[in-house]
Design a protein around this ligand. Structure first.
Ligand code: ADP
Length: 359
């Protein structure tokens, strides 16, 4: 046997660890894997652990095989790993100073009968360290780009104001275009730096009691001109007065500006955008509904990933950072962003934030 130990389930495209009909498992193959592997049966009893799992969790399999997971000593790394549900999303855990990615899935027999659970452990310490170094380097470079850009912007402003002599009227428009491009480059640099700072936990969310209705009105006003230019209606409805909300006003303004800005950007001429804000339980729900290009099912799970832009967004300006940044900010407020969309029909982005800081 052994041939059918690791196979791909054609329906789910997931790795299947098959057990031979006689119950014989090719241990030497699983032992030579570079990832840790642990099996438990459908009664939650540990049935197998490979050598790598023993090393990563600093445990001898002889002392734990045959035991129920819920009977393992609570503070051990093995309990920590096995007690988490990592079926839908993998989890990263710090175990003895190393970063271990934990994934689990069903353990299936060759005829797809569920035999139990398989937990896989990947040591991603070096990858994460490298990624962090790379991100630090990019953040430093990005920060350094600001100084020369600011010098250029300063001179452009001085030229525009005639401080360096009379400007040929033919150059006026060119200088305006240069100033606009400089401003958009500046805001892209700020977005890049902010996302880095947020991910590294370097941004403090400063919650203060604020008037969310006023904040939304201001964000809509800022986009009104652009919407008018394309004949897009932009309506804000607040059916009941909103209470004062504890938010970081500056950061949340960026979130609303980004999501309303996207709605305007991705909605074709003569479309409509409806924004509503209501209280539900102790949460503020702000829904931004547009009749724009929509997002395909394939793209939906990826739009909050840094730099990701869907194919149908190719003709529109953007950096793919806005939603990633918005998600980080909303999550730092203890909230979440939900999206429902149909390609070609439109999208609804809903921002849900608790009105008070949760402790
Ligand atoms: P950007 O707008 O700069 O491309 P975002 O991070 O704000 O970056 O958005 C990421 C991607 O999500 C967009 O490129 C687009 O594919 C999709 N998207 C976001 N908002 C909408 C929307 N309202 N309608 C259609 N697609 C959207």
């Amino acid at each position: 046997m052994g041939n059918n130990l690791l196979t791909i389930n054609r329906d789910t495209q997931r790795m299947v660890y098959s057990v031979h009909p006689d119950g014989f498992l090719n241990e030497s193959v699983v032992d030579s894997l570079s990832s840790g592997v642990i099996f438990s049966d459908d009664n939650g009893i540990l049935t197998f652990m490979n050598r790598k799992a023993e090393t990563l969790l600093n445990v001898f399999k002889e002392t734990v095989i045959g035991k129920r997971i819920d009977m393992l000593p609570l503070r051990t790394p093995l309990y920590k790993v096995m007690s988490e549900d990592c079926r839908e999303f993998s989890l990263e855990m710090n175990i003895f100073g190393r970063i271990i990615e934990v994934r689990s899935s069903e353990l299936l027999s060759p005829d797809n009968e569920v035999l139990g659970n398989i937990t896989e452990l990947f040591d991603v310490t070096e990858e994460r360290r490298e990624r962090r170094n790379r991100e630090e380097f990019v953040a430093k470079m990005t920060h350094d780009l600001k100084s020369p850009l600011m010098v250029m912007q300063g001179y452009m402003q001085a030229i525009k104001l005639g401080m360096l002599g009379k400007v040929d009227p033919n150059l006026g428009k060119i200088i305006d275009d240069m100033a606009r491009s400089g401003k958009s480059l500046h805001s892209m640099i700020e977005d890049l730096l902010d996302i880095y700072r947020l991910e590294m936990g370097l941004v403090q969310i400063l919650r203060r009691s604020c008037d969310a209705a006023e904040l939304l009105e201001n964000c809509c006003r800022d986009r009104q001109m652009e919407a008018d230019e394309f004949g897009i209606s932009l309506d804000l409805t607040i059916p009941c007065p909103l209470p004062m909300v504890e938010l970081d006003e500056k950061q949340m303004t960026r979130v609303f500006a980004n999501i309303i800005g996207n709605a305007v950007k991705f909605t074709p001429r003569d479309g409509s955008i409806a924004i509503s804000a209501i209280m539900q339980d102790d949460n503020l729900h702000i829904a931004v509904h547009d009749t724009g290009i929509g997002i395909s099912e394939k793209d939906l799970p990826r739009i909050f990933t840094k730099y990701y832009r869907s194919e149908n967004a190719a003709g529109f300006k953007g950096s793919g950072l806005g939603l990633a940044l918005s998600k980080e900010i909303v999550e730092a407020h203890g909230g979440r962003i939900e999206v429902v969309s149909t390609e070609g029909m439109g999208s609804i982005f809903t921002i849900i934030i608790p009105i008070r800081e949760q402790v």
